[in-house]
Design a protein around this ligand. Structure first.
Ligand SMILES: Cc1cc2nc3c(=O)[nH]c(=O)nc-3n(C[C@H](O)[C@H](O)[C@H](O)COP(=O)(O)OP(=O)(O)OC[C@H]3O[C@@H](n4cnc5c(N)ncnc54)[C@H](O)[C@@H]3O)c2cc1C
Length: 361
């Protein structure tokens, strides 16, 4: 039986994050019956959405008014390694991840069902899609896939009060402990994120040490709320197997980016769009096995480039033993034959054209 012959059958998405919403919207648009189950994440990070990501979201959710979302940002100040302060123009929008999801859910097509629980009828689903984020619950528990994590670093986040002034620019700086990111969320408040090589036993103390090392961010803060810290895992990772003919891992469940790149949401959306093209394939021209192979290769290729990019960013920290240890696996991978092949892969069997897979001629 070909998938195309059974579009009316149910596709079950485990997760209610951005990758889930994009998959649901696209599949519903193509006539599939889609159910997303789970809860929108309440404890997610504050994220910065750049121009391209916002444009992509606008095209996928035309019924949603994204101008009302979040706090407007105009640029980025970066103090990194030995380089002088760099000031970039980078229009963006800062929003808690949960607000983005809450904003988009009402703009889903009516044929998408949202449910907090896994539906009783889940066994009849033609496909199960794991969009549960970095823990990849479905893929690891049901399908036996394993997560290949490149370290154990984490981000300590804390709400802050800002001195009046630069509320439309984010700041980013490397410090001996790791790196810091300050994102205004209103004229007087923001979120401070401190990246450390592992979860600190005393987060308040780790934040104080980071601020004492800061040359750019500390001076912008009026106060911090020391008890309100949260720790979020932030190491890049990829699943060893991304899917089969019954299930597919998508978004951060398939591969998670290090937040230093600032493009995790963009990657989750691109992963979701490619996943939908795979789910809608299965013709004589594009057999499902080939589409799945392409899906796997595309993610591995993107991930290898991501690790290379990330490694270059972290180079100023390599003099610190804890960061050297944290990045050793990335270095070993980037020195491997497998990475060389992935980074030099320029031809793919398929390309996405109008959101559908087409053979590359
Ligand atoms: C500290 C930090 C800062 C970041 N900053 C940025 C940024 O500035 N810009 C940017 O673009 N990206 C940023 N990111 C990355 C971005 O948050 C992720 O790339 C993106 O959220 C991934 O989307 P997703 O839908 O794949 O996964 P998630 O957002 O993790 O969503 C997963 C969903 O699945 C649900 N779920 C989990 N388990 C289950 C289960 N068992 N059953 C059902 N549902 C389940 C969750 O509740 C959630 O709704 C940041 C990440 C971190 C950690």
């Amino acid at each position: 039986m070909r998938f195309k012959d059974s579009l009316e059958k149910m596709i079950l998405l485990a997760g209610r994050g951005i990758a889930a919403l994009v998959c649901a919207q696209r599949l519903a648009h193509q006539g599939c019956s889609v159910t997303c189950y789970g809860f929108p994440r309440q404890e997610g990070p504050t994220v910065l959405l750049g121009h391209d990501t916002l444009a992509l979201l606008r095209s996928l959710f035309p019924a949603s008014d994204l101008t009302a979302l979040g706090h407007p940002i105009q640029g980025r100040d970066v103090l990194w390694g030995d380089s002088p302060l760099t000031q970039l123009s980078a229009p963006a929008c800062a929003t808690p991840l949960s607000s983005l999801v809450n904003h988009l859910e009402p703009a889903l097509l009516p044929s998408v069902t949202l449910s907090s629980d896994r539906p009783q009828s889940s066994s009849v689903a033609l496909w199960q899609v794991d969009v549960t984020g970095r823990h990849a619950h479905l893929a690891t528990q049901i399908a036996g896939a394993t997560v290949n994590s490149f370290g154990q670093r984490c981000m300590v986040t804390i709400p802050v009060e800002l001195k009046s002034g630069k509320c439309d620019r984010v700041s980013m700086e490397s410090i001996p402990s790791g790196w810091m990111f300050l994102c205004p969320t209103s004229p007087h408040a923001g979120v401070l994120q401190v990246m450390l090589p592992q979860a600190p036993p005393q987060p308040e103390r780790a934040i104080q040490i980071a601020l004492s090392q800061s040359q750019l961010i500390a001076e912008q803060l009026l106060s911090i709320d020391p008890g309100a810290w949260r720790i979020l895992p932030a190491a890049p990772q990829i699943l060893t197997v991304l899917g089969s003919d019954r299930w597919l891992a998508v978004g951060a469940a398939a591969c998670t980016f290090d937040p230093v790149c600032g493009d995790g949401i963009g990657q989750a959306i691109r992963s979701a769009l490619l996943a939908c093209a795979v789910l809608l394939s299965g013709s004589d021209q594009i057999p499902l096995t080939d589409a799945l192979r392409h899906y796997h290769l595309r993610h591995r290729h993107t991930f290898a480039w991501h690790l290379r990019h990330v490694y270059n960013f972290y180079k100023p920290l390599l003099t610190q033993p804890t960061w050297f240890e944290e990045l050793i696996k990335t270095h070993q991978f980037l020195s491997s034959y497998a990475a060389y092949n992935l980074l030099h892969q320029s031809q793919f069997a398929y390309q996405l054209k109008n959101l559908a897979l087409e053979p590359n001629t």
